[in-house]
Design a protein around this ligand. Sequence first.
Ligand code: DSN
Length: 428
Amino acid sequence: MLNFIASSDPKIWSAIKGELARQRSGLEMIASENFASPAVLETMGTVLTNKYSEGYPGKRYYGGNEFIDICEQLAIDRAKALFGAEHVNVQSHAGSQANLSAYAAILKAGDKVLAMDLACGGHLTHGAKVSFTGKNYQFQHYGVDKDTERLDYDKILFTAQEVRPKLIVAGASAYPRQINFSKFRQIADAVGAYLMVDMAHIAGLVAAKLHPDPIAVADIITTTTHKTLRGPRGAMILCALNDRLDPEGKKNLAQKIDSSVFPGSQGGPLDHVIAAKAVSLHEALQPSFVDYQKSVLANTAALGSALAAAGIRLVTGGTDNHLLLLDLNSINITGGEAEKLLDQAGFFTNKNMIPNDPRKPTDPSGLRLGGAALTTRGLTATDFASIGTTMANLLKNPTNSSALKEAKELATHLTQAYPLYPELNYDR
Ligand code: DSN
């Protein structure tokens, strides 16, 4: 099917082929990325993209949705089974849209929200001034302890008691440790707030029961579907039926979420992506998905141990999830310089702020690494340890051509040993 593009739009075809070659030839360690299965990729390129289906299964504004309904209902049922959720909305286009819809379901403009500071590992949509969230709501932030670099739940309680937010948001984009959602529930209860968990990064680990589960304690959970969950690019909102703070309301929480997604903030759903979410959720329900997530944890830990053994400081001293945050001040290179240098070797990472970063967000002191994508490719803990040792050598000797050569050779060796998408042949 892709051969149609080759003749109708050679420029786009050439870019697609270039991107496949780039993904195949590099060691992908951006913590928010992964490789969706061929079945997920295939589903996104189907005729489902042609349909309009505003509304929900069985209640649409257009006719002809009998097959779309099957796909969306399967996605909903599978997400409910995977996470044990009471209600799931699978229509959010992306994580930011899921967060927008979740906030709009329960907040009015100007309401107070308490969330994790972007500079300590939070997310733009957790109230950064430049985001719609920071403009529409009154966000206050909690950070991490200066010494342990971990969440300090007593301090968060203290801040919540001062701020008296209507909503507390738990969840992060660059926090290498487990989050205790039960503690967040206690804090939310102590101040009469809703609790929302943004589990985008850790959804796969939660699904595999390898991370504390937010389902029983959070009012609303948002997640993307393409990170550790390994589905198509997109998002979902999971929630309890009951609205804890509005038990007598005309609508329950599930109805509020659904109408906040459509018609509140989105129009026609992306039916091809929703079907691909269903396909990936089916994959996540298989026992092999738990094995995959266990390997993600073991591999990320092996990468961290090798980097630490080579003298690179890990924020919090290590990891208990799929990501690592390196403090490069320990070796006198900036996050931006490190990202560029590693790119040259075929090691794909991203510069990132570290807690209390002395440098600017545009060239911070940290580097974020994740193990999910390379684990999908099949790399083992031994391979991850070799990557850590080689990466550390290059970062400590940025102008040494043999360190760069050695890193390039390792990237070539590993990417050839673990081919990506061998079933895709774009040159036919
Ligand atoms: N951009 C994602 C990440 O890298 O964590 C979050 O949206």
